[in-house]
Design a protein around this ligand. Structure first.
Ligand code: GDP
Ligand code: MN
Length: 380
């Protein structure tokens, strides 16, 4: 889940990271009121879950309420990367001496967090990373040892800071890392950290929280369910509310599997046979007939699903339960959309018998079943 800048900054404040004073505005009048309240020149920034707002014209400066009103009117309703601007963050403008980059993200291959920092922060950081990677300092955090203050000092020193600046930057590193761990961040970054006369300040803020950890952050889970622009589609939100793990794609085949691995393999197999999935749903482990029925109904309910492929490996999830769920869903919906099932494992024979009686195809291999589904969906 990608938080907007102003939301991320609320967490930054909680973790003691210095950020400029700011106000949210959704109209030009509110933007003017915000600068009056702040009583100083401001920067006005569009609030969208995408980067590169500066380059897209989504960052403007204003010295007076009149200027703020004009700038806000220009920004509101603007389209950036397909998203419409509805919110602005009006923030005291700070005098930046130089722009520094600091990020914490997951290093998957090394199974740890990695801290990235560069003196060449700002809007061209991607280019710095591509052309002069040596200008980026990397520190992998040993998950057992954690991040110690001497690590933070070392990162600051490697960036060329000494004395007070070194300690100030080290404290930024330490706090951002604490935020990453505390908020289960997949990524948190500050680009730029504004180097100001007597220290540093987070001019921008990004915080992407791992969706699988949202249960630990109730207020964010709520937010995700209540329409989060650019994050989930309407049906994905509906599925989440029904406790189904469902993702929409742009093809015409519905895919249901149990377990992430099998579900991904099923998607690949559909692709290999020339098909394109409209969506996929992972039943998870130990699904009951009721849950399976709910899943089948939900996937068939997508008007783009022309045919459904259910691929289940019976373990704790039993094949007869799966079959019962599918048959019940088909009966309730009364649909004639083709359903192809491949199942094996626990109670396979019972499951297949139930499906056969209901006139639903079962095939023995994933390949045959994928091929059949693609044909029933009307080819590729
Ligand atoms: P992004 O383009 O989406 O990353 O948006 P940022 O919030 O990082 O803003 C883009 C650029 O605007 C920054 O790199 C700064 O150069 C500039 N900027 C943002 N806030 C301020 C500020 O308070 N003062 C000054 N002088 N420049 C700012
Ligand atoms: Mn930025």
């Amino acid at each position: 889940m990608k938080l907007l800048e102003y939301e991320a900054k609320e967490y930054f404040k909680k973790y003691g990271i210095p950020t400029p004073e700011g106000r949210l505005a959704t109209t030009a009048e509110e933007a003017a009121a915000a600068i009056r309240e702040l009583g100083r020149p401001v920067v006005i920034k569009v609030q969208l879950p995408v980067g590169g707002r500066g380059k897209a014209g989504g960052v403007k400066f204003a010295d007076t309420p009149e200027e703020a009103e004009v700038a806000a009117a220009q920004l509101l309703g603007m389209k950036i990367k397909g998203l419409t601007v509805e919110k602005l963050y009006v923030e005291e403008k700070i005098r930046i001496v130089s722009e520094v980059y600091l990020g914490v993200t997951v290093d998957r291959s090394n199974r740890c967090y990695v801290i990235l920092a560069s003196r060449e922060g700002g809007m061209d950081i991607e280019e710095v990373a591509a052309r002069t990677p040596e200008r980026i300092v990397r520190h992998r955090v040993d998950p057992v040892m954690g991040l110690r203050s001497y690590h933070c000092n070392l990162i600051a020193k490697r960036l060329g800071y000494s004395n007070k600046k070194m300690r100030q930057f080290a404290s930024f590193v330490s706090r951002l890392y604490e935020l990453a761990v505390g908020m289960d961040a997949e990524l948190t970054e500050i680009n730029p950290i504004a180097e100001i006369e007597d220290g540093f300040m987070a001019a921008d803020a990004r915080l992407n929280v791992d969706n699988n950890a949202l249960y630990r952050h109730g207020e964010l889970e709520e937010k995700l369910l209540h329409s989060y622009q650019g994050e989930l589609t309407e049906r994905e939100m509906e599925a989440r509310a029904m406790d189904l793990s469902y993702v929409e794609l742009d093809g015409n085949i519905g895919v249901i599997g149990n377990g992430a691995g099998l579900t991904m393999a099923t998607l690949d197999t559909v692709m290999l046979h020339g098909g394109k999935a409209a969506n996929f749903l992972d039943l998870g482990g130990g699904a009951t007939p009721e849950r399976i029925g709910r899943a089948v109904k939900f996937v068939l309910g997508d008007p783009r699903t022309k045919a459904l492929f259910v691929n289940v490996l019976g373990g704790i999830t039993r094949c007869d339960d799966t079959a019962e769920g599918i048959v019940a869903a088909k009966r309730e919906l009364g649909v004639s959309k083709p359903i192809v099932v491949r199942m094996m494992g626990t109670n396979e024979a019972e499951g297949k018998a139930i499906l056969k009686e209901a006139g639903i195809e079962t095939l023995d291999t994933m390949e045959e079943a994928a091929d059949m589904t693609v044909r029933l969906a009307g080819g590729n």
